[in-house]
Structures are given as structure tokens and as C-alpha cells.
Ligand binder design. Structure first.
Ligand SMILES: [Zn+2]
Length: 95
């Protein structure tokens, strides 16, 4: 068993394809969020300069925490940008 800790698996253990930088960019997303687990610290990073085929959960492999110097990191798309996008869409719709 086991598998890659940065991937999701379905009930029968098949790896689910991760979201990629290119896919998120086509949806208008610009920011990812790197989380340092020991520090419980969140840093937003732009995804503009990252390769399109890079999986979102692998963005963290390129970074090191600037506070503790550790590499116990996770990455995902920015939550605050996600909510800002929803808010903008609602404002556009409701005028
Ligand atoms: Zn840290």
C-alpha cells in the first residue's frame, strides 16, 4: 500500500489525477498557498512562472520554509483567492 502522500486515491487505490498549474491558470487562478506544518504558517505564491504540467500538490517541493528552514510543507490553491473570485462573480452578477 502506501502511495504518494501528495496524491489522492479512490476507494480501490487508483491515483486520482491532481490539479495542475496549467489547469488552474485556465480557470483564472494566479496564487497557490504553501503551508509549513511545524510553523502552521501560510504563504501565497504566484503560479505564473511555474511549469503548466506541475501538479499543485508538488509546488511545495520547490520551496523551503523561510522561518524554520524546513521542508515539511504542503501546497494547494489559495483559499483567499478562491473566495475573492466567488465574491467578484457574485458582484458582477448582482450588479
Ligand atoms: Zn516553518
Amino acid at each position: 500500500m502506501g502511495g504518494n502522500p501528495r496524491r489522492s486515491y479512490d476507494k480501490v487505490g487508483r491515483e486520482l489525477p491532481p490539479a495542475t498549474v496549467g489547469g488552474e491558470r485556465t480557470q483564472g487562478r494566479r496564487l497557490a498557498e504553501i503551508i509549513c506544518h511545524p510553523c502552521v504558517r501560510f504563504v501565497e505564491v504566484p503560479i505564473d512562472d511555474l511549469p503548466p504540467d506541475l501538479p499543485i500538490p508538488d509546488i511545495c517541493l520547490r520551496y523551503r520554509c523561510s522561518k524554520c528552514g524546513g521542508k515539511n510543507l504542503s501546497s494547494r490553491m489559495s483559499i483567499s483567492e478562491h473566495y475573492a473570485q466567488i465574491r467578484e462573480e457574485r458582484e458582477r452578477r448582482d450588479g
